[in-house]
Write a protein of this length. Structure first.
Length: 339
């Protein structure tokens, strides 16, 4: 990771955020101890050449066919293959996709490329080939944040052992995902994650709250007292699955709460049974419309890019034209320097 000068955030009364807290919330750190109640996933350690590929400008994907595939007529002797520098990672990605049933959802240590689904032919994060994964990762500002700004707002920095996480794809109902806020090892608040009104959730709220409170006991050996975790409670709603653990820090979205609310909640006495607030979106709540309209709005792309993403051939052609423009720009800059 490049050298950084940490800039602690002082606008809210957060305890100092340390590099160790951020690393404790990295998937590679918590997954081994909690994987029995986490959806099936595999972790691939990332080499420096692959990280350089993710950080590099432009999008150049490896050939879709192996070099010895002579029957396809696709392989071009002049075609660039960036994976030559990280063949071990490429092979692991390919074999892991097959191991997990042919469809996976990728993320790095902390973030998934949710902001880049516009570029996927399926308009979601489900990937069937290594190139599906690379395209999402290289198009995502969330992934760039993991790579370049992991310790923003921290009082110190540390080295990051980067991993690619590939989760087995499954049909996840977003209405049943919830974000849970833990302060001093106590569950103080719960929010639904999908910013849409779901009427059926109101009848299930109390039972879900009880299940989440019981589930927190399974996380008792998480090393930090303050953290945020995401869960999924699929039908028949008897089991809670851990989806992610997030830092108790401004970078984590408090969803239907504000961080000032969460930081200001009166400290419950350790001997008192505390009833956390569980917020859901009501039918007439403005959040049911406002949030849906602005989700990832900072990452929206020009119409021609989105249109091209709908057809694999069009996307490939657009990327080739993009590369030609960038190469021409570099040539012009070089000519200007020579003059």
């Amino acid at each position: 990771m490049a050298e950084q000068t940490p800039k602690p955030l002082r606008s809210l009364p957060f305890p100092p955020v340390t590099a160790s807290h951020i690393l404790n919330c990295s998937f590679h750190s918590w997954h081994p101890r909690f994987k029995s109640f986490t959806p099936k996933a595999r972790l691939i350690p990332l080499s420096e050449p692959f990280l350089e590929y993710l950080r590099s400008d432009g999008i150049i994907l490896p050939p879709e066919n192996a070099p010895n595939d002579q029957d396809s007529g696709f392989q071009d002797e002049d075609e660039e293959d960036p994976s030559e520098q990280w063949a071990d990672v490429h092979d692991r990605v390919r074999s892991t996709i097959q191991e997990l049933g042919g469809k996976v959802v990728p993320k790095l240590n902390w973030s998934a490329p949710k902001d880049a689904t516009w570029i996927a032919t399926t308009n979601d994060m489900e990937c069937r080939t290594p190139n599906d994964i690379y395209l999402l990762l290289k198009s995502s500002d969330f992934i760039t944040h993991d790579l370049e700004q992991a310790f923003d707002g921290c009082v110190d920095c540390a080295e990051v052992p980067y991993h690619l996480v590939l989760r087995k794809s499954f049909n996840l109902n977003p209405s049943l995902e919830f974000r849970c806020f833990v302060r001093n090892k106590r569950l103080i608040a719960i929010s639904q994650r999908e910013m849409t009104h779901f009427d059926f959730l109101f009848d299930l709220r109390q039972s879900f709250k009880a299940r989440i409170q019981d589930f927190l006991e399974l996380l008792s050996d998480f090393p930090d007292d303050n953290f945020v975790f995401d869960v999924y409670i699929p039908p028949p709603h008897q089991r809670v699955w851990l989806i992610d653990i997030n830092p108790w820090a401004p970078r984590t979205d408090p969803l239907l709460f504000s961080w000032m609310e969460l930081l200001s909640i009166a400290e419950p006495d350790q001997d008192t049974i505390y009833d956390p607030e569980f917020r859901l979106i009501h039918r007439d709540d403005p959040e049911a419309y406002q949030f849906a309209a602005t989700k990832y709005s900072a990452h929206k792309m020009p119409k021609e890019v989105v249109d091209a993403s709908m057809t694999p051939g069009d996307m490939k052609n657009m990327m080739e034209e993009w590369k030609k423009v960038m190469d021409k720009q570099l040539e012009d800059e070089s000519d200007d320097e020579d003059r």
